[in-house]
Design a protein around this ligand. Sequence first.
Ligand SMILES: C[S@@+](CC[C@H](N)C(=O)[O-])C[C@H]1O[C@@H](n2cnc3c(N)ncnc32)[C@H](O)[C@@H]1O
Length: 263
Amino acid sequence: MESLPRLDFFELHDLDGTPRVLRTLHTESILTIYRLTDAAREYSRPLELALRSGADHRIVDLCSGSGGPVPLIQRRLHSAGVHTQVTLTDLVPNVHAFERVARNRPPCCPVDHVPSPVDATDCRLEGTRTIYGAFHHFAPPLATRILQNAVDTRQPIVVVDTKRSWLYVLVFPFFLMLAVLLAAPFQRNPLPRYLLRLALTYVVPVLPFMMFFDSVVSFLRMYGRAELRRMVDALRDTSTFTWTIGVQRGFTGAQYLIGIPRP
Ligand SMILES: C[S@@+](CC[C@H](N)C(=O)[O-])C[C@H]1O[C@@H](n2cnc3c(N)ncnc32)[C@H](O)[C@@H]1O
């Protein structure tokens, strides 16, 4: 797997100059893809493993984007008899999207959010931290700071991303771009944003291109298991945590890192 070297290149939706509305449309597309696929089933397993191993059932989701997969995962966990309380956070919180996710939740699956910026590298919130589909955005020094912050504040952490392999680099971006093209008319947005989405999908196809480009780059900069292990081994007081690194079987290639404070 790690014969494919990790390439730290930029993603378009991460650039400072990318208009906020474009970022929002992009992260909403990611959310739609989670909804259309069964990814939440595979993605729920590492979190379930962590919770069954003693991690706090209050979930602090970092880098939530437009909500990400955690609210979907929460419902799956509930069906499996694991109850959680979810708080969505982001450095640039999309409060409207968070409010939309929180609306109409069944009492079994409460979701709230932090409306102010929460930096994953310097978080003070208590609960099990989750980072879904975002850890690869951070270069090694920042990624290490996220893990070190969890250790320093003694909060469990669950990181889920995709494994780095040619298969994902060469195949998935086409599927993801196709999903953006097919799903645009069905995405629920206020009318002006809905029209903007259609224009940026079919007239000037910025959104499909952004999904293609960003997913190629994403899959090239995923961390491999050996890199995660080295990162964990280099943390201060790493032995005060139990670390588990693995890959979940299935089409998503979900790779995870679980850290739980030792009693
Ligand atoms: C790929 S996006 C969304 C990921 C989301 N979990 C999902 O699966 O849809 C990555 C998110 O990370 C956020 N982000 C970037 N740097 C961050 C930081 N230092 N702390 C918290 N969030 C950050 C961005 O604002 C963006 O919303």
